[in-house]
Design a protein around this ligand. Structure first.
Ligand code: NAD
Length: 266
């Protein structure tokens, strides 16, 4: 299937590694022009040049912190300055700290709200006016990377459980408000996918529990009906379809890419 992404202009935030980087690479493979952002100048430049070299696509690194509203504006403006348009916005950020409600400090809640929800709000505020300049009927598409925690709370992730669902509310609101103007907005909900973040989680748990990395991975795997942890490329395959014009009648959804771990019907 041709995803009709050739020459589309895509911004993927928080994309020097992990799910963001895998998604950016997939867009580049489809012939899109891709901007990727993260805080570390060296890491984002390395990721951009590796993707460009492997795919021959135009890939632009942008240095920026999604928690800073001015940086979010600047990321979108850098895309407009380079290519004069934006077709796809992938809203991504690092995950908030793990922990129980009783241990989470007020400052951590405030920082996490900035990281997870307010960064998404600001990026959408910056990108949508430019998308509205695109020709109808397909003026643009927004996908927020959330988590299966948006449907089903994960033990020991009180902050994430509370905030990921707020981003789903934002995407659903945008879907309703902008559908008639040709902009789609969706959420995608990864399950356990082997990125550095997940490796860090397993390492932390193994230190806390006096177990090995493999034992911690096995405990998680036992909860997944498909029986394994995902590869980031499997997640990216689903994301590029959802963001692409080939998902033209899909808006306001949460797409689980979780090996069946989410037990909720809706
Ligand atoms: P990761 O740690 O592998 O990558 C995170 C990326 O975000 C890195 O490139 C990092 O530099 C960047 N980043 C972090 N904070 C940033 C900031 N303030 N500004 C700009 N860039 C920033 O993480 P990941 O596994 O790819 O996770 C991405 C998102 O997906 C997170 O929100 C996470 O909670 C969610 N998620 C991941 C999984 C999984 O299994 N990997 C499962 C559910 C949800």
């Amino acid at each position: 299937m041709d995803l009709q992404l050739k020459d589309k202009v895509v911004l993927v935030t928080a994309a020097s590694r992990g799910l963001g980087a895998a998604s950016a690479r997939r867009f580049a493979e489809e012939g899109a022009r891709v901007a990727i952002s993260a805080r570390d100048p060296n890491r984002i430049a390395e990721t951009a040049s590796a993707i460009a070299k492997d795919t021959n696509a135009q890939v632009t690194p942008i240095v920026g912190d999604v928690t800073k509203p001015d940086d979010a504006d600047r990321m979108v403006q850098a895309v407009i300055d380079r290519w004069g348009r934006i077709d796809v916005l992938i809203v991504n950020a690092g995950g908030p700290p793990a922990g129980l409600f009783k241990d989470a400090k007020w400052e951590q809640w405030e920082a996490a709200a900035q990281l997870v929800l307010l960064s998404a709000v600001r990026l959408c505020q910056a990108a949508i006016p430019h998308m509205l300049n695109n020709d109808p009927p397909d003026r643009g598409s927004i996908v927020a990377i959330t988590s299966y925690a948006a449907r089903q709370p994960i033990e020991g992730l009180a902050i994430s459980n509370s905030l990921k669902i707020s981003v789903v509310g934002l995407m659903k609101s945008l879907a309703n408000e902008y559908a008639a103007q040709g902009i789609r907005a969706n959420s995608i909900a990864p399950g356990w996918t082997l990125t550095n973040r997940v490796k860090d989680i397993f390492n932390n748990r193994s230190q806390r529990n006096g177990t090995s990395f493999d034992q911690e991975a096995a405990k998680v795997t036992a909860q997944i009906p498909i029986g394994r942890i995902a590869d980031p490329d499997e997640f990216a395959d689903a994301l590029v379809w959802l963001a692409s014009p080939r998902a033209s009648y899909v808006t306001g959804i949460i797409l689980p890419v979780d090996g069946g771990i989410t037990q909720s019907y809706l």
